[in-house]
Ligand binder design. Structure first.
Ligand SMILES: [Zn+2]
Ligand SMILES: [Zn+2]
Length: 178
């Protein structure tokens, strides 16, 4: 039982980490002109200009791109026999990453949301606001409250940006701000 709980927590953290990697890539390297995923990147840039606007979209419109991505990854994992408690948790939580992000833009707390926020399993509006108002170069992970402070402290994203620039010559650009 304890092992399953630990595996579920690892799965949640993996989903959070990947949500941060995708968000960071979109913010600093993505171009709306890119084929296929350009529309998703445009939506992400629009989110920085109008942070609460995506709440007016349907659940499907907010999450369709992630559902497609996770569906494809899930098929690959199933084919190769990689489905287990950790990967299934990461896939399910990852599929809903942008919905957890939407919860961080909702200011009316339900008891369930308050409880999940209390334990850091989903982010509070205050936690996510750091990315929108205080530091657009930090707090990319959009699910839990666990990874962002550590990544900020150890300057993980800055380190990655330096690596990307050294290897490819591509500089990270500043995302549009509110
Ligand atoms: Zn961002
Ligand atoms: Zn946001």
């Amino acid at each position: 039982m304890l092992q399953i709980a630990i595996h579920i927590i690892i799965g949640v953290l993996i989903a959070d980490l990947i949500s941060g990697l995708i968000h960071w890539t979109q913010d600093h390297y993505g171009k709306a002109s890119w084929p296929i995923i350009g529309g998703v990147i445009a939506d992400n840039h629009r989110h920085h200009l109008h942070p609460d606007e995506f709440l007016t979209n349907s659940v499907l419109k907010r999450n369709y791109a992630t559902f497609i991505l996770i569906g494809l990854i899930g098929c690959v994992f199933a084919i190769f026999g990689w489905l287990n408690t950790i990967t299934v948790t990461a896939l399910i939580v990852g599929a809903w990453a942008n919905e957890f992000h939407a919860f961080a833009h909702r200011y009316n707390d339900s008891r369930v949301l308050s409880g999940l926020r209390y334990f850091g399993l989903i982010q509070s509006p205050k936690h996510h606001r750091v990315h929108h108002q205080e530091d657009v170069w930090s707090h990319y992970c959009i699910i839990t409250s666990y990874l962002n402070p550590a990544f900020r402290y150890f300057k993980v994203w800055r380190g990655l940006e330096i690596c990307v620039e050294k290897i490819t010559g591509v500089k990270a650009y500043r995302p549009p701000e509110k």
